[in-house]
Every structure is written in C-alpha cells, then in structure tokens.
Design a binder for this molecule. Structure first.
Ligand code: GLN
Length: 308
C-alpha cells in the first residue's frame, strides 16, 4: 500500500505554526505586505496521483518566483537548447534581484531563477506570445487539467508600480543586447506572471512532471526526461538564490522559492511537496516553509543525495 503522509503533515503543520512569528513578509511589493503573516500550509502530491494536505493547503497565495519554473519550462518547450545562449546555469551567490554580476558577464544572467534570468525568459516569451503572462497561466491550467488558477491583478499592479530594480536590470541587459523587446512590456508580463495565485496543493500537482521524468500523471509529456532532470538540477543549485547551498545541505532536494512565502520541492521519481508561510528570512525564503520541508525530508529520508 502507498504511504499515507497525512499524519506526518499534520504534525509538521502543528510545529510550523510556532515558527510563523519570526521573519518579515515581503514589503517591497506593497500588496504582499498586507498578507496576514501567521499562515501555514503544506501539500504532497505523489506520482501515483495521491494528494495529502495539512494546514491551509488549499489557500491561494502569490507564487512570485515559483512562476519562474513554469515560464522556464514553457520557454524550454518552445526554444530548446537555444535558450542557453542567453542565460547561464550557475548559482549566483547573490540576492535574487542583484545587478552586480551582469556587468562582468556582459548582460548574460547567471541562471534562469534570479530576476535577471527570469526577465530574459519573459523576453523570450514576449517574442512568442502576444500576452506572455496568459501563456504562462494557460500552461499552468494545462498542467493542472483545470482553469481555476488566476492572476491577482492587484498584486501585479502593486509590483509593477514598484519595479525600479527590475527595470534597471532589464535596461542594463538591453544595453548588452540580451533583451530584445521593450522593457515596459517585459516588466508588465513579468509582474503579472509573478502575481499568479495558487495553493500548495495546486503547486505540488502542477509541478509533478518534474518528479516523473517530464510527464504529468495524466500522461501528457511536458519536457523530455533530460530537460526535466536539468530543471531539477537548476532548482537544486539556484532555486533558493544565495541560500541554495544551505537548502541542499538542510533539505537535499531541488527547490524553488518565492517571496510570497511558497517553497516547492521535488523528490525525483516519487513526489512533489509545497509548503507556504509568508514570513521570510534575509535571503527572501520562507522560514516556516523551509523548516517544514526540512522536517518532511528528515522524517521520510527522501534526498537526492542518497537514502538514510
Ligand atoms: N516578483 C518578485 C521580484 O521580482 C519575485 C522575487 C522572488 O519571489 N524571489 O522581485
């Protein structure tokens, strides 16, 4: 019989709620500063179709940088390996919104998960689609097999009004020829894509293809097995920005985090896990969600570095 993770998740949710006091919600996006901080949810989706939940696992939140995973996957589907001429595959060791390496590296972002890399991916999608944010949203709908997910236009507008840093990154890359569209259009699409609202259960289900060699449980192929493995490698090395090393050490799984407080983790061959709690540490990663996934990995022994 398949494992029942419900009791473990309930225990983790109970412990996690005590951690929702430390850290700060992202306030550089004013609409996110208004989110109630003491919230927590966790969900696990297995490759054989089971979904386990605890806490506010069905509460939608702003997925923010977790959307970079869906945008990257869509861009890979459309561009294939040509994408890697415009974006690197190395961890940055810098905050997600840093500019410093771009001058030395002549406008080529270190990886697709720092903001610079995600803006290049959005630029790629802008050339392919009239409304790139709708393309990312519809891609999420196809992954889920339902159209219940939406963009929170209030959050999108709020971030767009405060996007000077991302505008600077985009203009700087454009000066090197690595951004082809208009900066304003790229920022509109990027902010809207980051403002997609989803729950832990939805995120875990949407990302299952990364745990199943590139195929959703419905049988639909999303990526070929090699690209699915490569995306997992990028998540492990770059998904948590300058905390990626610490996450690999503590959790041992590919992860992608967002400043909305969500963290998605992949257990290749087995399952995806998503935890959410709004308060963040100094690297922009959710404190309670990281602790919860760390506890889940420790209790079940899952790790890409070998069994316990
Ligand atoms: N939309 C956010 C930004 O560009 C995403 C950052 C994040 O989630 N790490 O700043």
């Amino acid at each position: 019989m398949a494992d029942d993770f419900s009791p473990l998740l309930a225990q983790i949710a109970e412990a996690a709620i005590c951690l929702t006091d430390s850290g700060d919600v992202a306030d550089y996006i004013p609409a996110l500063a208004r989110v109630a901080p003491q919230q927590f949810g966790i969900a696990v989706a297995t490759v054989d179709g089971a979904v386990f939940r605890a806490g506010q696992a069905d509460q939608a939140f702003s997925i923010q940088s977790i959307s970079k995973l869906f945008a990257l996957t869509l861009a890979l589907q459309r561009e294939g390996d040509a994408l890697w001429q415009r974006v690197g595959r190395e961890p940055s060791g810098t905050p997600f919104n840093s500019l410093v390496l771009l001058e030395r590296e002549r406008g080529i972002p270190r990886n697709p998960f720092v903001n610079a890399g995600a803006l290049v991916i959005t630029d790629v999608l802008c050339r392919r689609y009239l409304q790139p944010e709708r393309a990312v949203l519809e891609f999420v709908h196809r992954l889920l097999g339902r159209t219940t997910v939406a963009i929170d236009t209030e959050v999108a507008r709020s971030e767009r009004l405060h996007s000077d840093r991302n505008a600077a990154i985009a203009h700087f890359m454009r000066s090197f020829g690595n951004l082809q569209g208009e900066v304003a259009a790229v920022l509109d699409a990027y902010c809207a894509q980051c403002a997609i609202a989803m729950s832990c259960a939805e995120l875990a289900q949407a990302a299952l293809f990364l745990a199943a060699d590139g195929r959703q449980p419905s049988g639909v192929r999303v990526l070929d097995p090699l690209d699915a493995r490569r995306v997992n490698a990028l998540m492990l090395t770059c998904g948590a920005y300058d905390a990626a090393g610490d996450f690999a050490f503590r959790i041992g799984l590919p992860t992608k985090t967002g400043v909305g407080g969500g963290i998605l983790a992949i257990v290749p061959g087995r399952m995806s896990i998503c935890a959410w709690s709004p308060r963040l540490d100094a690297t922009g990663n959710s404190i309670a969600a990281a602790a919860a996934i760390e506890q889940f990995a420790a209790a079940t022994g899952v790790s890409v570095f070998g069994g316990l």
